[in-house]
Design a protein around this ligand. Structure first.
Ligand code: CP
Ligand code: NVA
Length: 307
């Protein structure tokens, strides 16, 4: 059966460990100028129905470094933008390419794309989740702290795609996860059900950032208005007052606490400029690790078995 990366809920802890270990190995090779064309002759179609800097550049560069080729398909400029059904796009790309990365709105669209293709499909962000980003986050935290088990991850802000993937990824890896969101902006119910059903790990949802941040080893936040929510911006800015990673909140965390942000960041909203700059090294390590984590995903999903 072909494999996809549609959401972290589909992965076991062992799957995540295997991606992180492969990412470590590929990162080592790149840093030591060891070039191996693991995906020679392979093509990745990248469908973008939303903007991107990191995801586009890291997938395209990653594919090049693996000896393959990536092609950019903008939702607007392709026939998807004129209403061609995803099932048809899927069956066409299936005949030309060896993998598809898609960034879109509805998770259901990605799941349907995967159903109609024989080639691997990778979720590059939906309204529901952002698995590639969270694999990079886990890789970065593991690099800085040696292990993930037992660390406390705290997420402050909107219960959005990032929150959903962080909760699932963190709990699967044996972390304690605490979240603070304003009422009405909770993570997805499917994710909360998953969190409730994993009793061996600890999950808490608070309304006050201070309660969530106490004793944290890594603090994470994301924008208050995600792509597609531009019109809600003013309402959201009001709703999220106080849900900011700032110096006062950082004072409640464990010493050496890391800060992660998937970027783009809005200084003065979800994070202060001071906290951002004090942790810029970790945040840009995280951005770099998109490249290494995604190369690992493509390697594991698209590389042919040795004969
Ligand atoms: N973090 C992230 O996915 O960035 P882009 O939107 O720039 O791809
Ligand atoms: N929650 C953000 C993440 C951007 C990488 C969004 O969906 O716009």
């Amino acid at each position: 059966m072909k494999k996809d990366l549609l959401k972290l809920l589909d992965l076991s802890k062992e799957d995540i460990v295997s991606i992180l270990n492969t990412a470590d190995q590929l990162k080592y090779e790149t840093k030591h100028n060891i070039h191996k064309d693991y995906l020679k002759g392979k093509t990745l179609a990248m469908i973008f129905e939303k903007n991107s800097t990191r995801t586009r550049v890291s997938f395209e560069t990653g594919m090049y470094q693996l000896g393959g080729h990536a092609l950019f398909l903008s939702g607007k400029e392709s026939q998807i933008g004129r209403g061609e059904p995803i099932e048809d796009t899927a069956r066409v790309l299936d005949r030309y390419c060896d993998g598809i990365m898609i960034r879109t709105f509805a998770q259901e669209e990605v799941e349907r794309l995967a159903q109609y293709t024989q080639i691997p499909v990778i979720n590059g962000l939906t309204d529901f989740c952002h698995p590639c980003q969270v694999l990079a986050d886990l890789l970065t935290i593991r690099e800085h702290r040696a292990a993930l088990e037992g660390l406390k991850m705290c997420y402050i802000g909107d219960g959005n795609n990032m929150a959903n993937s962080l909760i699932v990824g963190g709990l699967k890896m044996g972390m304690e996860v605490s979240v603070a969101c304003p009422e009405g902006y909770d993570p997805d119910q499917q994710v909360l059900d998953f969190a409730k059903g994993s009793p061996e790990h600890k999950f808490s949802l608070f309304r006050t950032p201070k309660e969530a941040a106490a004793g944290a080893d890594v603090m994470i936040t994301d924008v208050w208005a995600s792509m597609g929510q531009e019109e809600e911006k003013a309402v959201r800015v009001k709703a999220f007052q106080g849900y900011q990673i700032n110096e006062e909140l950082m004072a409640l965390t464990n010493s050496g606490c890391m800060v992660q942000h998937c970027l783009p960041a809005h200084r003065g909203e979800e994070i202060t400029a001071g906290v951002f700059e004090a942790h810029a090294e970790e945040i840009f390590d995280e951005a770099e690790n998109r490249l290494h984590a995604q190369k690992a995903v493509m390697y594991l999903l698209m590389k042919e078995e040795e004969q």
